[in-house]
Ligand binder design. Structure first.
Ligand SMILES: [Zn+2]
Length: 277
């Protein structure tokens, strides 16, 4: 599908997508002012794309040019880990890592790991600005649009009975950054889908050094035992939410913490994923 057409679907202009106003309730000043106030707000502050600054149809929408930069991850993909791959046998819809019965380097799914994983965008220099604007740029007006992207990509995971859980920041990093981008996405996704979210279920116990620049093995050591689940995970089904998946070490460490606390199912949904090769 042409990227432009896909972008329009996600923006809510496509025929199989609800209008964004209906799918995502107004927030911030728009909620305070109601619909008439929203129109007034649009006159005073015309909606612009958080990334490109171009005029867009509603507040929080990204422009087609912004979406065109990002490469969506679309089926065919591995049924377990969501990695895009050329599916030759529909009876065996698993990538090599997920199909391996013994430990495969970098394996993300299976016993004691994630039950399933979906990621919406390929993380590369084209899509990075979308993510970095959310992570470091204090640009939160794009969060509802990014949550719609997560909702589409994670359709198979977002089923009745699951609770959405953001990957937590350590309290010191949260204090420095003032917000947790994963929790922002989770909150918006919860509003969009009606599924409950719990930003307090997981706690980050260790203020681990940044993962950037570390080898996969060093990343795993870095976050081993870094998370713990509070009471309330027993027999629960959870969808972990994060912004970017690089090696998956952080998500696996979170999944282990939830399973130690008795979780019955742990899947994960991220906005972007580093896809090598
Ligand atoms: Zn896989």
């Amino acid at each position: 599908m042409a990227r432009r057409a896909l972008a329009e679907k996600i923006e809510g202009r496509g025929e199989d997508m609800e209008r964004p106003e209906a799918a995502y309730p107004p927030h911030g000043p728009a909620r305070a002012f109601g619909q008439a106030g929203r129109r007034l707000l649009d006159l005073v502050y015309p909606p612009v794309c958080p990334l490109t600054g171009e005029a867009v149809t509603s507040h929080g929408a990204f422009s087609a040019a912004a979406w065109a930069r990002a490469e969506m991850i679309a089926p065919p993909w591995c049924d377990a880990c969501g990695l895009p791959f050329a599916l030759t046998d529909p009876a065996a819809p698993l990538c090599m890592a997920c199909a391996a019965t013994t430990g495969f380097p970098g394996r993300l799914t299976g016993k004691g790991r994630l039950d399933r994983l979906r990621c919406a965008l390929r993380y590369d220099e084209e899509s990075a600005p979308l993510i970095l604007a959310l992570k470091y740029g204090d640009r939160h007006d794009g969060v509802p649009a990014l949550a719609r992207l997560l909702a589409r990509c994670g359709e198979e995971l977002l089923t009745t009975g699951v609770t959405l859980v953001p990957v937590p920041l350590h309290r010191r990093r949260l204090a420095a950054r003032r917000y947790n981008q994963a929790a922002l996405l989770t909150g918006a996704l919860s509003k969009l889908t009606g599924l409950p979210h719990d930003a307090r279920l997981l706690a980050r116990l260790k203020a681990t050094p940044k993962q950037k620049g570390l080898s996969p093995a060093a990343r795993r050591r870095n976050v081993a035992g870094a998370f713990a689940a509070r009471r309330g995970a027993e027999a629960g089904r959870f969808v972990l939410v994060d912004d970017v998946l690089t090696s998956g070490a952080t998500l696996l460490s979170c999944a282990r913490a939830l399973r130690r606390a008795g979780a019955a199912e742990v899947t994960a949904l991220t906005l972007a994923r580093v896809v090598r090769g």
